[in-house]
Design a protein around this ligand. Structure first.
Ligand code: GRF
Length: 202
């Protein structure tokens, strides 16, 4: 069975969607660890109430980002992780962590990439005035939300009156998309060729 390691910095509602998917037997996997860089993250409570081990890996505990990521990679390897999920992890991952998990690390972004990468994607979409935004699950590479796109959902945001409203509108679609991609990951393989991601069921 696939072992999942989750990286989250905050609320953890996307993390929760994977927990729920496993509970409801939609996802055939086990979450073996939550690694967080924020000891106050609500994601920690979610892990604890579901018996998922938590490791806090804070930036201040390390001399460099590289050393911090080396510790995270070590934890993931020790736990036998086959898929790393970034669920609201607010840091750029360095090569130290990327290299051992090439095409085995995914991120969710609350916009239709390549539009509105980086922070406050929903605010960027609102300020720009687009009528359609959405969410993207993509493989993680060395850039900011630049990795090959696995799947996307478009969401109509034309009626939204604030950035918060955009966030609220997109969030349930994030949860569905995250759950689906992780479920698919357990049932087959995503193959990356020239940036294009193709799915091969097992
Ligand atoms: C989500 O909007 C996700 O797309 C972005 O950060 C937010 C995290 O929310 N990367 P949560 O912690 O999963 O509730």
């Amino acid at each position: 069975m696939l072992k999942i390691g989750v990286l989250a910095s905050g609320r953890g509602s996307n993390f929760q969607s994977i927990i729920d998917g496993i509970k409801e037997e939609d996802i055939d996997a086990e979450i073996v660890v939550l690694v967080t860089d924020n000891p106050e993250a609500k994601a920690i409570e979610r892990a604890e109430s579901n018996g998922i081990p938590v490791e806090v890996v804070e930036r201040k505990g390390f001399g460099s980002k590289k050393e911090m990521d080396a510790r995270t990679a070590e934890i993931m390897k020790e736990k036998g992780v086959g898929l790393v999920v970034l669920a609201g992890y607010m840091r750029i991952v360095t090569e130290t962590l990327l290299e051992p998990f090439k095409w085995k690390m995914i991120n969710i972004h609350p916009a239709l990439l390549p539009s509105f990468p980086g922070l406050h994607a929903q605010g960027q979409a609102f300020d720009y005035g687009v009528k359609v935004s959405g969410c993207t699950v993509h493989f993680v590479d060395g850039g900011m939300d630049t990795g090959p796109i696995i799947e996307q959902t478009a969401v109509y945001i034309g009626g939204c009156k604030s950035a918060d409203e955009v966030s609220e509108k997109i969030l349930p679609y994030e949860h569905k998309l995250m759950r689906k991609v992780v479920a698919d990951f357990c049932k087959g393989r995503f193959i990356v060729e020239n940036r294009k991601v193709r799915y091969e069921p097992m």
